[in-house]
Design a protein around this ligand. Sequence first.
Ligand code: ATP
Ligand code: MG
Length: 441
Amino acid sequence: VSLLKQEQQQQLAWQIIDRLEYEGYEAYLVGGCVRDQLLGRAIKDIDIATSALPETVLGSFKRAEPTGLQHGTITVILEGIPFEVTTFRSEQGYSDHRRPDEVRFIRDLREDLSRRDFTMNAMAIDRSGRLIDPFGGEHDLRQRVLRCVGEPQKRFAEDALRMLRCIRFAAEYELVIEQETWSALLANVTRIQDIAIERIRAELERIVEGTSPGRGLELLASSGITDYFKHSLSDIISAAVQVLRASQLTDWTYTDEPMIRWARLFLAAGLDAEVAGKLMRKLTFPNRKLQEIVQLITMHSVLWEQAQIVMAQRSKGLLREDSIEQPTMEKTWKLQVVKHGEEAALGWLAMTSARVDLDEQAKDWLRDAYRWLDELPIKRASELAIKGDHLLQAGFHAGPGLGKLLRYLAEAVAVGDLPNDLPSLMTESLRLQSVKSDYDE
Ligand code: ATP
Ligand code: MG
């Protein structure tokens, strides 16, 4: 299906190129799609470069949006698929080390290719399928070398984000960074301070969630670039790298789930949920993603701590098998499930099952945890037979006390202390109200 879709995407791109050529302009496939095609990798999106000016492109297609007009990009949409069509351009002056002071539209493909960052990204394919490769990108790819176009020193000084792109590409495509390129990167690391945190975060996400996060982190740590992020990540990344090295988990290919990778990264670096959450907030992580990662770390700390307690007690002979110990893990687990929800619980199980360093006891508990999850009468407070409305009708006041009461009831039902039926839950609510006023404040 996806092959078919790629074929279709390719055909539509040719349609755009045909149309522009018909109007007398040049147009080529450029950038990532050329590189990925040579590597035999799946193509994500297709970028087109053209000698036509943006207004011309805008006027030539029924559905076209000026998505990046100031740098010459028009998004053309064919059959619902977007294509970025960008006018050949050159860039002058990078006084702020992030963006060119001036963008000039030009007529020459080669000059356009020369402003691009790496040789493998500076290739084009014309309508006949011919590769246009003035900087030896194909050769470099074959040698598995990542090399700047032109003078590396100048290129990293122009735009500091290229250093993170360099590390990301080296990891993602398993390339060796060419000597001069790497030296220039090392010489320019301080300039990363000029780059907005959102753009840094986006690159970090792609490194951690890509095909070789371990290698990406190694490169980040060894370059020293993380020392110059506005919100110092260097301790975290080097700690994570050390732990990963020590536990021989340098390649994280055993899990593709981004949230699990981030949670493992922060846990490896010894961060608790609160500190990790603060850091992600500073890095402008999307809130939902942040919450999911924080939940995984929280569940891990609570369950891990509980497991340590149980093990310690057992080794001192304080507890007998089955009687007290098992319910303790069971109860802790069930409480975590109602607190964070089934999705988070399954995420934690996936994260923990993937570990290679689990002992027999831990494996037993994991097997139990799946069973306990199935056994739970409810998996979140919203599945309670009693609703907020029932309580309001019974004279409880709206407010935080009500939420607290519902959470308490959910926990009691989850661990089997109360049945999940309305009369029992109402009776318990009224009883609590009579003994403790703080459930109704
Ligand atoms: P991917 O989409 O997988 O990240 P890509 O190569 O398509 O890879 P984009 O960020 O989509 O990367 O950029 C498209 C092209 O624009 C690149 O292939 C490269 O030629 C050029 N480019 C992007 N960012 C820069 C930059 N910071 N400096 C120089 N050229 C760049
Ligand atoms: Mg791209």
